[in-house]
Design a protein around this ligand. Structure first.
Ligand code: PLP
Length: 360
C-alpha cells in the first residue's frame, strides 16, 4: 500500500524510515526477546533509549547544561496548568501574548491559578499576525511572558525570537519545535506535545532552566512539580516508554537530515511550494496569515467562496490528500507541512492546487 499524502494538523505523518525501524524491532528489541513496550522502565535497555532521546534533544537544539530536558505526560495542555502552578507567586502575574486559540487556552489556566495580563494580542484581526516585540507590554511583576511560537490553527509563526531582558520567556512550541535552529538561551522554558514534529502523542518535552524550579511553592502536588521529574530523570513514575522510543528514532532521523538547519532548509522549500501557488494565483487562493507572520508548518488559505472551499476539499480528498480541512473554528483550508511531511507530498499538493485553479 502507498503512503497517504498526510497533511493532518496533529497527530500527523512520521518519517517512514522511523516506522519501518519500529516495525523491524517490534517483537524482539535488541535481543531482549520482547518489544520496547514490554521492557521494564527500570531496565538498562530502556534506560539507554530514554537517555538517548534526551541527549539527542540536547545535541540537536544545542541545549545548555543549565537546562533540564524532561519527558512528561499530559500533553502541552497540562503545561498550561503546570506553568502558573509552579511559577506564579503572590504579587506577580502571568503575562500572555495572545496569538491564537492555544494561547487563549494557556491564559485560561493561568487565570484559574493567579493574576494574569495580556502583553499583546492579534485577536481583533482574527489572529492574522504575530505582534512585533516592541508592541508587547512587559511589566516588573511579570512572573513570565508566555508565547506560542507557532499558531497551528491560524497559520502564523514567530519569525525570530528576541530576548526580553530578564523576563522569563516561556514558549509553547508544540507545532514547530525542531523545525529550525533555536536560541534556547532566550527562553526560560520551552515545551511541546510530541505529536506534531517529534513523534507519536503521549510524550511532552519540557526544556527548563534549572533555577526556575526554585520558585515552586511547597503545596504544589508531587506529579505536577517540575522538580519531582527533574530529580528522577523523568522516571519518577512510569514514562510513556514506547513514545519515548519513537521520539529517539525521530530525533535520529532529524540528525540524518542535517539537524535543525538541514530540516529548516527542507521546510522552507516545502512551504514555499504552496505559498508560491497562493501568491501567484491572483487572489484565487487567499492566505489567512499576513506574509511577514506566515508559518512554515501550517499553511492556511481560503478560496473565493465557501462553495469553492468545499469543492476543493472534496476533490483533494478524492485524489488522496488527507487533512486539508481548516480547523473547525476558522474553516477554509489548512495544509500542515511538519518535518516528516515529504517534499513529494507538497509537490503533489502544489500541482493539484494549480490544476484546480486552472479548471475554474
Ligand atoms: C496541538 C497543540 C497543543 C495541544 O497539545 P496537546 O498535547 O494535545 O495537549 C498546544 N499548543 C499548540 C501550539 C498546539 O499546536
Amino acid at each position: 500500500m502507498e503512503r497517504a499524502y498526510n497533511f493532518n494538523a496533529g497527530p500527523t505523518a512520521l518519517p517512514v524510515d522511523v516506522l519501518k525501524k519500529a516495525q523491524a524491532e517490534l517483537v524482539n528489541f535488541q535481543n531482549t526477546g520482547m518489544s520496547v513496550m514490554e521492557l521494564s522502565h527500570r531496565s538498562k535497555e530502556y534506560e539507554a533509549v530514554h537517555n538517548k532521546a534526551q541527549s539527542l534533544l540536547r545535541e540537536l537544539l544545542q541545549i545548555p547544561d543549565n537546562y533540564e530536558v524532561l519527558l512528561l505526560q499530559g500533553g502541552a495542555s497540562t503545561q498550561f496548568t503546570m506553568i502558573p502552578m509552579n511559577f506564579l507567586s503572590d504579587g506577580q502575574q502571568g503575562n500572555y501574548v495572545l496569538t491564537g486559540s492555544w494561547s487563549e487556552k494557556a491564559l485560561k489556566e493561568g487565570k484559574l491559578l493567579g493574576a494574569t495580563t495580556i502583553g499583546a494580542s492579534s485577536k481583533e484581526s482574527g489572529y492574522t499576525f504575530i505582534p512585533a516585540p516592541n508592541d508587547i507590554t512587559i511589566n516588573d511583576n511579570d512572573a513570565y511572558l508566555h508565547i506560542t511560537s507557532n499558531n497551528t490553527i491560524y497559520g502564523t509563526q514567530w519569525q525570530e525570537f528576541p530576548s526580553f531582558g530578564d523576563t522569563n520567556v516561556i514558549a509553547d512550541m508544540s507545532s514547530d519545535i525542531l523545525s529550525r535552529p533555536l536560541p534556547v538561551n532566550n527562553f526560560s522554558m520551552i515545551y511541546a506535545g510530541a505529536q506534531k514534529n517529534l513523534g507519536p502523542s503521549g510524550v511532552t518535552v519540557v526544556i527548563l532552566r534549572k533555577d526556575l524550579m526554585e520558585k515552586t511553592p511547597e503545596n504544589v502536588p508531587t506529579m505536577l512539580r517540575y522538580d519531582t521529574h527533574a530529580g528522577k530523570n523523568s522516571l519518577y513514575n512510569t514514562p510513556p516508554t514506547f513514545g519515548i522510543y519513537m521520539l529517539a528514532n525521530v530525533l535520529e532521523w532529524v540528525k540524518e537530515q542535517g539537524g535543525t538547519s538541514g530540516i529548516e532548509a527542507r521546510n522552507i522549500e516545502k512551504a514555499n511550494m504552496i505559498y508560491d501557488v497562493i501568491d501567484e494565483s491572483n487572489g484565487f487562493y487567499k492566505g489567512h496569515a499576513e506574509k511577514n507572520s506566515r508559518s512554515l508548518m501550517n499553511i492556511t488559505f481560503n478560496l473565493p467562496s465557501e462553495e469553492l472551499n468545499q469543492e476543493f476539499l472534496a476533490k483533494a480528498k478524492e485524489k488522496g490528500f488527507v487533512g486539508l480541512n481548516g480547523h473547525r473554528s476558522v474553516g477554509g483550508c489548512r495544509a500542515s507541512t511538519y518535518n516528516a511531511v515529504t517534499p513529494e507530498a507538497c509537490e503533489a499538493l502544489r500541482q493539484f492546487m494549480i490544476e484546480f485553479k486552472n479548471q475554474k
